[in-house]
Design a protein around this ligand. Structure first.
Ligand code: IPM
Ligand code: MG
Length: 367
């Protein structure tokens, strides 16, 4: 029996509500599974700003570095619109990604059979959809310097900088090719080499890595705007999409919505394997803090719970338990239970905790 330390950062908005349900699921695995999870909670984002005037304190960061994995809820909200740029809630999330060197963000877009009709696209376009977006997460325009606004009044000038170095593209493309080998063996690499120098380098490095080590994987270079269009035209042509930080942010929201709701999608942010054999990792839903429904018990906890499922699979090699959790969620949806975001005619509406109850019940049935 192994014991794993988890740091839970619920954050803002609906974060605490969906994390509360995830805690119940973790508790269930503690009671019924082979391994034990030690849970520690801390503040991040706006919640941390309120308490410490800092969205990610050094103390919290030390806990995140020491944990076997971090579960992250969501950050942000209108009430922090006026705080200085470096202290805004999102800066807390970006610090975690950067300091933990979580360069590989895996965002699966999987359409649950019961939700094919909840998509904005025709059901036949999304039924059976299973895409993996691999987003570079610690580089690009999110972190490039200079990043500043200069000047005064009506004559200001703002600069963001998109930077990529060879090693960053090399390592993220390897993650994508490795994943593709375990899936349908196809990678689309999305960039804008027609207008961006980083796009030219991106394409060049991905092609080299492919030629050197992954010749057996089908590779397509695709312009990022065309990729967005193809995602809504014929999404099932894709298997793995590898792309930079900003395009990945956008394309993953598009892919998420194909599956019916942003409230359904989990993600894993993975670092390099350390010399101790441990990989730093953080798991978070793709959706944000949804301040409009916060505190109402309406939020869909599935993306957060499923993020814990990804944690079981990727951090602890607990594939059987991850499958068990996945099958419980699939069954709950097949039973017709729906939170407001995925509600449809003839289905049964449930609250955030009602969804947690139902998943626990299905887990019990599989124990
Ligand atoms: C995401 C989010 C974040 C991002 C925000 C909250 C900073 O949109 O994880 O996709 O832009 O990366
Ligand atoms: Mg986003």
């Amino acid at each position: 029996m192994a014991t794993y330390d988890l740091l839970l950062l619920a954050g803002d908005g609906i974060g605490p509500e969906i994390m509360a349900q995830t805690k119940r699921i973790i508790g269930w695995f503690n009671d019924n599974g082979e391994h034990q999870f030690n849970i520690q909670d801390d503040l991040v984002g706006g919640a941390s700003y309120e308490a410490h005037k800092n969205p990610a304190t050094d103390e919290m960061m030390a806990k995140a570095m020491a944990a076997d994995a971090v579960l992250f809820g969501a950050v942000g909200g209108e009430q922090w619109a006026g705080v200085p740029y470096d202290e805004r809630p999102e800066a807390g999330l970006l610090r975690l990604r950067k300091d933990m060197e979580l360069f590989a963000n895996l965002r699966p877009a999987v359409c649950y059979p019961a939700l094919a009709t909840a998509s904005a696209l025709k059901p036949e376009l999304v039924e059976g959809l299973d895409i993996m977006i691999v987003r570079e997460l610690t580089g690009g325009v999110y972190f490039g310097e200079p990043k500043q606004i200069t000047g005064e009044g009506n004559h200001k000038r703002a600069v963001d900088t998109q930077v990529y170095e060879t090693y960053e593209i090399d390592r993220i493309s390897r993650v994508a090719f490795d994943l593709a080998k375990k899936r349908s063996n196809k990678v689309h690499s999305a960039e804008k080499h027609n207008v961006m120098a980083t796009g030219v380098l991106w394409k060049e490095v991905v092609a080299r890595v492919h030629g050197e080590d992954f010749g057996g994987v089908e590779l397509y270079h695709i312009l990022a705007d065309n990729c967005a269009m193809q995602l809504v035209r014929n999404p099932k042509q894709f298997d793995v999409i590898v792309t930079d930080n900003l395009f990945g942010d956008i394309l993953s929201d598009v892919a998420a919505m194909l599956t019916g709701s942003l409230g359904m999608l989990a993600s894993a942010s993975l670092g390099a394997m350390g010399t101790d054999g441990k990989m730093k990792a953080m798991y978070e839903p793709v959706h944000g803090s949804a301040p409009d429904i916060a505190g109402k018990g309406e939020a869909n906890p599935i993306a957060m719970i499923d993020s814990f499922g990804m944690c079981l699979r990727y951090s602890f090699n607990m594939g059987r338990e991850a499958d068990q959790l996945q099958s419980a969620i699939t069954q709950v949806l097949a039973n017709g239970l729906r939170t407001a975001d995925i509600m449809q005619d003839g289905m049964t509406g449930v609250s955030t905790s009602g969804m947690g109850d139902a998943i626990l019940c299905e887990l019990e049935a599989r124990a």
